[in-house]
Design a binder for this molecule. Structure first.
Ligand code: BG6
Length: 485
């Protein structure tokens, strides 16, 4: 069903994210009939392009990222008809704002306007101010902020305050595309719609939880951004902590945006602090060196950097988080993310406690529930069953369900649903100010601890599951990462 008509103004429109994610996502929703034919997508960036020049780039991006029979020439041509461009430095009050104003001119006062900020985050405040002061913020306007929101707690607050001076919090949509993933949203349904799981979702029954987001890719030419970021800022502060909040939150009073987000904030503010004093026992960080990936040798991280400069940036991090609430006291939540891992795998494993040993012979591990986010979206619940015949020997069967089958028209990419949620004005799957800041408040002392540690990340060979210390982190308590289970 189509959403109300809108103008999507993208700042950073020539950048990688716009080309790789935003335009393909809007195209797919257009092809699915959800984008009204009078909607407009207005790219802005500093490059001196006109509409045609930008459409050329957009067409190329769609060619690169929309594959197979999804790419339909006629549909692409109609979609490109909605695409416009204004050459504008959004942070500069003296820029060509009149050009944007002219593009946005409309008789329809109720038309939705979405400003999508995909530039460096230290420009967000200035762009928001200019939008406001140039009179472009209407009653039906929202502003979407791409991650990262800052690089630590102080800069995140600066961004939030800067934007907050010009847009009310209710119209600020901080995007975290992991919340747009079907399997992540499904955690809420699994937990609260299945009494069996709901009753077992606590320290009495759960031994530990692990959340992995492993990627096979390396730097992908993003060295300029990534080397100043690293895995902790790039993946843990946002995506993995968001997943953690959904796994760990108390039952919300409703599924309203603020009821959900109130509970998520409570999880974040209940995380036990990790800092210089306890990093050694709780955090492992690594950087990949040359190794074999996908059957061929790939270079070291440092060799992928533009000037092959020495770097202490971590491309892998594993850590043990604990949540200081009655439900989770003593239950470790192991989070892990890395580049150049053996496979692309995003998975949540809930490891239940083992039952009393004896009845069926040797001690058995407890059951586990696996929620797989990528590469396929599924729920896996291995069960012990009796082997056929007059014996009580045990075997394992997998109760597995592909989430896509149960769902409505699934999205190919998490951005699709989220981009239109911003148009519809549904903020439930976006991150509230206090959530971002609570996540940074927890992550910043880890960064500070590293900065003063005097040592850098450990080396791990590309194509492996990270440094040995990541395994040791779990071995302390006899726990295992999923690939070792
Ligand atoms: C982005 C990170 O937010 O998420 C990238 O900046 C990472 O470094 C990406 O590759 C992973 O997203 P997904 O959806 O492929 O798991």
């Amino acid at each position: 069903e189509p959403v109300p008509s809108f103008d999507y103004v993208i700042f950073g429109a020539t950048g990688d994210l716009t080309m790789r994610k935003l335009l393909p996502a809007l195209y797919r929703r257009f092809a699915a009939g959800q984008v009204p034919s009078d909607a407009r997508i207005i790219g802005t960036a500093r490059s001196p392009l006109d509409d045609e020049g930008y459409r050329e780039r957009a067409r190329k991006a769609l060619g690169d990222y929309i594959k197979g029979d999804e790419f339909v020439d006629d549909t692409v041509a109609r979609f490109l008809g909605l695409v416009h461009y204004v050459s504008l430095n959004g942070a500069d009050a003296g820029g060509h704002w009149a050009g944007l104003e002219a593009k946005l001119a409309t008789d329809d006062a109720g038309r939705v306007r979405v400003f999508y900020l995909a530039t460096a985050p230290d420009l967000y405040g200035a762009i928001a101010r200019n939008i406001d002061e140039k009179g472009l913020r209407t009653a039906q306007s929202r502003i979407v902020l791409e991650k990262p929101i800052g690089t630590d707690l102080a800069t995140a607050r600066d961004v939030n305050e800067g934007v907050g001076r010009h847009f009310p919090e209710s119209s600020i949509y901080r995007i975290d595309h992991y919340l747009g993933k079907e399997a992540v949203q499904n955690i809420i349904a699994l937990r609260f719609a299945n009494p069996m799981l709901e009753r077992m979702w606590d320290r009495e029954s759960i031994d530990y939880v692990q959340i992995t987001a492993a990627e096979t890719v390396g730097l992908e030419g993003r060295g300029g951004y990534y080397d100043g970021s690293g895995a902790l800022r790039d993946m843990i502060q946002n995506h993995l902590l968001q997943v953690l909040t959904v796994v760990a939150m108390e039952r919300p009073s409703s599924l309203d945006a603020d009821a959900l987000r109130d509970e998520k904030v409570r999880v974040l503010t209940s995380l036990k602090p990790l800092d210089a004093g306890n990093l050694g026992a709780n955090v492992a960080r690594g950087q990949y060196v040359r190794g074999m990936a996908g059957g061929h040798e790939v270079p070291a991280y440092r060799e992928e950097l533009p000037d092959a400069a020495p770097s202490n940036t971590e491309t892998f991090v594993a850590l043990k988080a604990e949540i200081d609430t009655p439900r989770w006291q003593g239950v470790p939540f192991y989070l892990r993310s890395g580049k150049r891992m053996p496979e692309k795998l995003t998975e949540i494993v809930i490891q239940f406690r083992a039952s009393e040993p004896g009845l069926f012979g040797e001690a058995r591990p407890g059951s586990r529930l696996v929620i797989r986010v990528q590469p396929d979206e599924s729920v896996i619940l291995p069960l012990f069953v009796k082997q056929p015949g007059n014996t009580f020997g045990l075997g394992e069967v997998d109760a597995q369900s592909a989430l896509g089958e149960a769902g409505r028209a699934g999205f190919r990419d998490a951005y699709e649903g989220l981009l239109l949620d911003a148009v519809k004005g549904s903020p439930a799957l976006f991150v509230r100010k206090d959530e971002t800041e609570a996540a940074w408040a927890w992550v910043s002392p880890i960064l500070q601890g590293w900065a003063t540690a005097g040592s850098g990340p450990e080396a791990y060979a590309a194509g492996t599951w990270g440094p040995e210390s990541a395994r040791a982190l779990l071995a302390q308590r006899g726990h295992h990462w999923v690939e070792d289970l």
